[in-house]
Design a protein around this ligand. Structure first.
Ligand code: TLP
Length: 346
């Protein structure tokens, strides 16, 4: 089985399993797990922020970030295709009383600056006051696209003028940095807070980090406790996270190469639509407008033939390359896709 549903399916490396077995542990709710403390220091340093906090997931990381930046009744300005808005169960709204103020998401995951400006309402009793601007880099639903540094700088300027902080859902921020060939801090210097995942391309079993100023992380710490994210001997998780940060970042370039190989193979199939310019990291989104693969849903039929991909709705599909997928696997997957694929009769 070649599993391309997500980079979240990656299993921990042997080095991670060894680190987990040997991890020095303590009670992290009491601040006494040395391995968690080491991971948090390492994460803060990598992101160029004062402090960091280990949380269970990207969803929890984004949630505590939004709660820490805003107070009830404030607007969170974010893209209509972003993960926080679409796939996080409306948590910030349900639990924090925040209003999601969406603006259209561009082809590469960007929010047009005039749209953000318009969404920042002036002080007027009719309006929810702006509390936060959220960006996503790389952008999941746009196909792993990368927000460039000068764009991030422009959003920062705009946010500073309006006095609104910026949060980055950087679940795959290392993919973005590797794609641009830059230090990850170049992509985080213009945001107030960033959440990144250990359990996607970096292949750790669990965990995300929220990074920002010391004061922001102090607030996030309390919200993490509130939502039940205070974990005791969490060094078990952190140990694998340290290996992820030390050993798994540079190899993401391999995933980007396999994604490109897959995308180019798919582009050759009649009836398959793929925007190759959006294939910038490890995600490949393509659409099959005439869905005819042996009579069943394309993803289902493909799964039965040995290749699992994700159905993201609207006849669009997502394939993700990762640590468990070799170039040979991609060639085999393409072979299976070619055999399975039956475009509609003209
Ligand atoms: N994304 C998952 C699914 O939820 C779709 C995936 O397979 O890609 N932000 C972004 C940009 C994400 O892609 C995800 C996970 C999250 C946040 C949430 O992370 P977790 O799953 O750790 O809560």
């Amino acid at each position: 089985m070649i599993d391309l549903r997500s980079d979240t399916v990656t299993l921990p490396s042997q080095a991670m399993r060894d680190a987990i077995a040997q991890a020095e542990l303590g009670d992290d709710v009491m601040g006494e797990d040395p391995t968690v403390n080491r991971l948090e220091e390492l994460a803060a340093e990598k992101m160029g922020k004062e402090a960091a906090l280990l949380v269970t997931s990207g969803t929890m990381g984004n949630l505590v970030s939004l709660l820490s930046h805003c107070t009830r009744g404030q607007d969170v300005i974010l893209g209509d295709q972003c993960h926080i808005f679409k796939y996080e169960a409306g948590g910030a709204s349900a639990l924090g009383g925040l209003a999601f103020h969406t603006v259209p998401t561009g082809r590469f995951g960007e929010l047009a600056l005039p749209d953000i400006e318009r969404a920042i309402y002036p002080a007027d009793v009719h309006y929810a006051p702006p509390g936060l601007i959220c960006l996503e880099n790389s952008h999941n639903r746009c196909g792993g696209t990368v927000l460039p540094v000068d764009y991030l700088r422009s959003v920062r300027k705009l946010a500073d003028t309006a006095g609104v902080p910026v949060h980055l859902d950087g679940s795959r921020i290392f993919n973005a940095a590797v794609a641009l060939g830059c230090d990850v801090r170049t992509l985080t210097q213009d945001v107030d807070s960033v959440q990144f995942c250990l359990s996607k391309g970096l292949s750790a079993p669990v965990g995300s980090l929220v990074c920002g100023s010391r004061e922001f992380i102090r607030r996030a710490h309390r919200y993490r406790k509130m939502v039940g994210g205070g974990m005791r001997q969490a060094g078990i998780i952190a140990a694998a996270g340290i290996v992820a940060l030390d050993a798994m970042v540079e190899r993401l370039a391999e995933d980007h190469q396999t994604a490109r190989r897959l995308a180019e193979g798919l582009a050759e199939l009649p009836g398959v639509h793929i925007d190759l310019e959006t294939v910038q990291t490890n995600l490949v989104i393509f659409s099959v407008p005439t869905l005819h693969a042996n009579g069943g849903s394309f993803a289902e039929v493909l799964g039965q033939a040995g290749v699992k991909i994700g159905d993201i709705g609207g006849e669009r599909f997502r394939a993700v390359t990762h640590y468990g997928v070799s170039p040979e696997d991609i060639d085999e997957a393409l072979q299976i896709i070619r055999q399975t694929w039956q475009p509609a009769a003209a």
